[in-house]
Design a binder for this molecule. Structure first.
Ligand SMILES: Cc1cc2nc3c(=O)[nH]c(=O)nc-3n(C[C@H](O)[C@H](O)[C@H](O)COP(=O)(O)OP(=O)(O)OC[C@H]3O[C@@H](n4cnc5c(N)ncnc54)[C@H](O)[C@@H]3O)c2cc1C
Length: 396
């Protein structure tokens, strides 16, 4: 007789990544169980924006993976029953000086050569885009495949879909210990009892290293805090996502010509309209441990940056602000990987500021790895080994 607490595949973590794995896994016929210590989507996946972007991805592997994910999200928009405010209008980056415009031209060329749908925008294009833009902006660029979702609804919609395919979802179930028994099954101790499983996927975002530690595995992910201001529905500022070109520099750690406080907090404009025309105005980048308190000084910097690009929104009402933790890795790529030393253990975490964008492809890849079929994109660049190999190399 099958032991009642034995499961085939257990996914730890009920954020967007756990949701996508549960969806694609159960859709393919796998028996999936999810353990989430709080509510679904209560981690970073409800404290973020909802941009599904290729515009900010390195040309090559990174942007090709983003493109695949965008196509999957487009399919999910008709495939899933619960709507998640999907809008595929493309997105734009704006430039405030000649240096950025020149870098933008190079970026667009590289992306076009890699087959992506990018084009330059001039002043006139910006004026047509929004009458709220500052007059001195020189131009920008557009990525036509980019889209937006409500990340919280997207998470719930994927879980709803997974449940329909038979997935078991346990909330308020915290994994407190994990090891392998003599029968080579995983033993998963939770605050709701002990389970065994054949396979375990660690989809715990910034908390993934703690699950790794239970199995003596070092998972090099650090929390990178980001803050967002929510502005009320008041002025028709725009309908699609707008970022400043400096966002790319801030993300990848280059130097910008901005005021020292803006640089200190890694603030670069992201203006994302929600479906109901509120505005998510962001964001910042800081390594500050696991704290998620809203910092007023950072909020001021974000507001200054927004008014620099949109002077006419200075009097807009702010509804609230929040902060979330991006699961950062040193090379800005997620870890979507089997762990060679522990057969049956998988990691799907470390998506930094791209977890909403890359959730669909991540779910698909983990499903393909577990089912041992061809993967949608090559998985070597995403392996955990890349960090351990570079660590060994650095000691040579
Ligand atoms: C300000 C900001 C803006 C962002 N904007 C975007 C954007 O526009 N586009 C984009 O693509 N990405 C964006 N991101 C990044 C994106 O939000 C994350 O990459 C993504 O949400 C990570 O999802 P996750 O499922 O890995 O982690 P989480 O959503 O944090 O889920 C992990 C879950 O694991 C659970 N958990 C932890 N430990 C345990 C345990 N022991 N037992 C059981 N459960 C456990 C947690 O409770 C949590 O719910 C942004 C992030 C921030 C902070």
């Amino acid at each position: 007789m099958k032991h009642i607490n034995h499961r085939d595949v257990v996914v730890i973590g009920g954020g967007i990544i756990g949701a996508a794995i549960a969806y694609y896994g159960s859709k393919s016929g796998l028996e999936i169980t999810v353990f989430e210590k709080n509510e679904l989507g209560s981690g970073t996946s409800s404290k973020c924006d909802g941009d599904i972007l290729a515009v900010d991805k390195d040309p090559g592997f990174n942007s090709q993976m983003a493109l695949k994910s965008q196509k999957l999200v487009h399919e999910l928009h008709t495939e899933l029953d619960t709507p998640f405010e999907y809008r595929n209008y493309g997105s734009i980056l704006v430039c405030e000086n000649d240096m950025e415009l020149e870098a933008a031209q190079k970026w667009v060329k590289q992306q076009q050569n890699a087959g992506l749908d990018f084009r330059m925008l001039d002043r006139e294009d910006l004026r047509n885009e929004s009458k709220y833009f500052a007059d001195d902006l020189l131009g920008g660029l557009e990525c036509q495949t980019d889209s937006m979702v409500n990340p919280y609804l997207f998470t719930y919609s994927l879980f709803e879909g997974a449940k329909r395919y038979g997935a078991h979802i346990h909330t308020h179930t915290e994994v407190v210990n994990l090891y392998k028994n003599q029968a080579k099954q995983f033993v998963i101790e939770t605050n709701q009892g002990t389970f065994t499983a054949n396979k375990v996927v660690n989809a715990c975002g910034v908390w993934a290293p703690f699950i790794g530690k239970m199995l003596d595995i070092d998972i090099p992910i650090k929390p990178r805090k980001g803050q967002i201001i929510v502005a009320s529905r008041q002025k028709p500022v725009g309908v699609r996502n707008v970022m400043e070109f400096g966002y790319l520099i801030s993300k990848f750690g280059g130097e910008r010509k901005v005021d020292p406080l803006i640089e200190k907090y890694g603030v670069a404009l992201v203006m994302e309209p929600t479906e109901s025309q509120n505005f998510l105005i962001g964001s910042s980048r800081q390594f500050n441990g696991y704290e998620t308190k809203v910092d007023n000084e950072v909020m001021k910097c974000i507001a200054h940056r927004a008014v620099r690009f949109y002077p006419k929104i200075a009097d807009m009402t702010v509804i609230r602000a929040y902060a979330g933790l991006r699961p950062w890795t040193a090379d800005h790529l997620p870890i979507i990987s089997q762990v060679e030393a522990i057969p049956g253990f998988y990691i799907a975490a470390g998506h930094e500021g791209d977890g909403i964008s890359l959730a669909a492809i991540t779910g698909k890849l983990i499903e393909e790895m577990i089912n041992e079929t061809n993967t949608s994109v090559p998985i070597e660049p995403l392996s955990l080994n890349r960090f351990h190999a570079s660590l060994e190399h650095s000691f040579d």
